[in-house]
Write a protein that binds this ligand. Structure first.
Ligand SMILES: C[S@@+](CC[C@H](N)C(=O)[O-])C[C@H]1O[C@@H](n2cnc3c(N)ncnc32)[C@H](O)[C@@H]1O
Length: 542
């Protein structure tokens, strides 16, 4: 049994809210008019009726909160599915991680205020509020329900008068100057770069550029939080964050590695064994980073943590001189960490973008049959339309001769000759007569007749079969529809290296790397292909 399930099993006596509206109602009853709500919280409350049942449940929640539990946070996690929480990276931290982190803060000093970025229901704020009774408490949380739970927890503890709750984005947060030290503590949200807007990616790289550090736009939101922390902090401020450990070993983590040896003043890195399930429900390896802003001389301690008990203190480990820790290198090599990338490994997504092929909306129309025979060659594209075509081709698809064609017309048909236009019109008349203009996909395209195939992908792969994906070099420039994924190099890759890499992928990717569905089908979504581990290109070239 993991620590997380143990905590849940102890809390079976209280009733559980059945909906998020009931949870909102419980929070409201616990706040009981003792605190002004932020705009986002008010809008959340106004968005629907509050079930009367909530009022009668609030008492049981109050008792449990006063005993040190987080029934609001537990209810939220039970009510909102992991899939719905993922875009905001909302995973709440178990007490066995929160407590040693707050204990570390206590050893480091007495802060005038505590900042918890991405506070959720306030597990860190609650723990820190107890340990530092004189400190001001600041929780920043973008989810209005998170902010409301935090407020309710603070009201029950009687701490609302020493608190500020900011219901907004941590990257927009402004921290006014204060006389004493500020401690930052929390679990910054893990959101992958695919779900981060271009504007925030630009904020991230220009923020690092101003510090003289080159930063990759592939970084996740937790790295944005580290940057914002440094921007807000003053020399002597300190903190502890738990995050996924991947930044220690991937290329896009190098900017944060720069911060940790440099301005952020990293003091220790405790990497938790994946079997500890630091973030229940995810199979992530977690790392706790403790820092003292501006510290440049103390060595940084590295430690692999195998049990919750050995986490206590966050003080053990092997000291490493800062000068020996090169940010460009993978730090997981200094400490062989299970679940982390090794020295010569990267994620495939660092080298390739992976895109599912285009959905035609009606293969019987757009995969060229006899009715398309008269169309100009320029609108008939040889295409992979069945996974078995890649499996039959093996490592290299040399010729498109045996492939079927997909009809892909431009949205603007003005450029064709009169004769070509006549043939196209006749085909489109047949297609419309067979409902091709009526489907959901067709109605949501710029022009219903324009399928919009992607450019030929240098590597194609299958993604759903009772076998590992087949990776195939696309030597003949075939297109692909949604039965295959295309791998597009982010920067040019030497053809010989590509061929070697392909051989490696075909030999080493197993179905255990994908998501297994009932019935044994294994599916690799594009993001899952991007997360596959592979050797660095330099390693492949050797
Ligand atoms: C990993 S959870 C941690 C919650 C809580 N601190 C804990 O450890 O139990 C991250 C939290 O950050 C919030 N969040 C996500 N993006 C945010 C942003 N840009 N600014 C502030 N909070 C954000 C999520 O809603 C979520 O509650």
């Amino acid at each position: 049994m993991t620590q997380g399930t143990l905590a849940l099993n102890l809390q079976t006596t209280r009733r559980l809210p059945q909906t998020e509206r009931e949870l909102v109602g419980i929070c409201l009853a616990l706040i009981d008019g003792r605190s002004d709500l932020s705009g986002p919280e008010r809008r959340l409350i106004a968005a629907g009726a509050i079930p009367e049942k909530s009022l009668s449940m609030a008492g049981e929640f109050r008792v449990e909160i006063l005993k040190g539990g987080d029934p609001l946070g537990d209810s939220f996690i039970a009510l909102r599915s992991a899939v719905s929480r993922r875009p905001a990276g909302a995973v709440f931290t178990p007490a066995w991680i929160v407590k040693p982190m707050v204990a570390w803060l206590k050893r480091e000093g007495t802060p005038a205020r505590i900042v918890d970025p991405g506070a959720g229901s306030g597990r860190y704020i609650m723990a820190a509020g107890e340990v530092f009774p004189a400190a001001r408490l600041i929780g920043v949380e973008s989810d209005p329900l998170g902010a409301l739970m935090l407020r309710a927890n603070l009201c029950v503890r009687g701490w609302i008068g020493r608190t500020e709750i900011i219901a907004g984005d941590y990257r927009c947060f402004v921290l006014p100057p204060c006389a004493g030290r500020t401690a930052f503590v929390g679990n910054p949200p893990y959101v992958r770069h695919h779900d981060i807007s271009e504007a925030w990616k630009a904020w991230y790289s220009s923020g690092f550029a101003a510090l003289g550090i080159k930063a990759s736009s592939l970084a996740g939101l937790h790295l944005h939080f580290f940057l914002q922390t440094l921007l807000l902090a003053r020399k002597g401020d300190f903190g502890a964050y738990v995050t996924s450990a991947e930044w220690l070993s991937v290329n896009y983590g190098s900017a944060l590695r720069h911060l940790v040896v440099g301005g952020l003043g990293g003091l220790s890195l405790d990497v938790l064994d994946p079997s500890l399930e630091a973030f229940p429900g995810t199979s992530t390896t977690a790392a706790i980073t403790c820092f003292r802003v501006g510290e440049t001389s103390e060595p940084i301690r590295f430690r692999a943590v195998a049990t919750p008990a050995s986490l206590q203190g966050l003080t053990g480990g092997t000291p490493m001189a800062r000068a020996a820790l090169r940010p460009e290198a993978r730090w997981s090599a200094a400490l062989p960490i299970r679940g982390c990338l090794g020295a010569d490994e990267i994620e495939l997504g660092e080298v390739f973008r992976v895109h599912r092929g285009q959905v035609t909306g009606a293969n019987r129309i757009w995969i060229a049959g006899p009715e398309a025979a008269a169309l100009p060659d320029a609108v008939r594209f040889p295409t992979i339309t069945k996974a078995r075509e890649l499996i039959a081709a093996g490592a290299c698809l040399r010729s498109s001769d045996k492939l079927r064609c997909v009809v892909d017309l431009p949205a603007d048909l003005a450029g064709f000759s009169d004769d070509e236009r006549r043939r196209i019109d006749s085909f489109l008349k047949w297609a419309a007569g067979n409902g091709a203009d009526q489907g959901y996909i067709a109605r949501h395209r710029n022009a219903w007749w324009s399928v919009g195939l992607r450019a030929p992908a240098p590597i194609l792969c299958t993604y759903m079969a009772r076998r590992p994906p087949q990776f195939t070099l696309n030597a003949c420039g075939a297109r692909h529809i949604n039965i295959a994924h295309g791998l597009y190099p982010r920067a040019p890759v030497d053809r010989a290296v590509l061929a070697r890499l392909l051989a490696w992928l075909n030999e080493n990717v197993t179905i255990g790397d994908g998501r297994v569905y009932a019935g044994g089908l294994t599916k690799f979504e594009p993001k899952e292909i991007e997360r596959l581990r592979m050797p660095t290109l330099e390693h492949v070239a050797r």
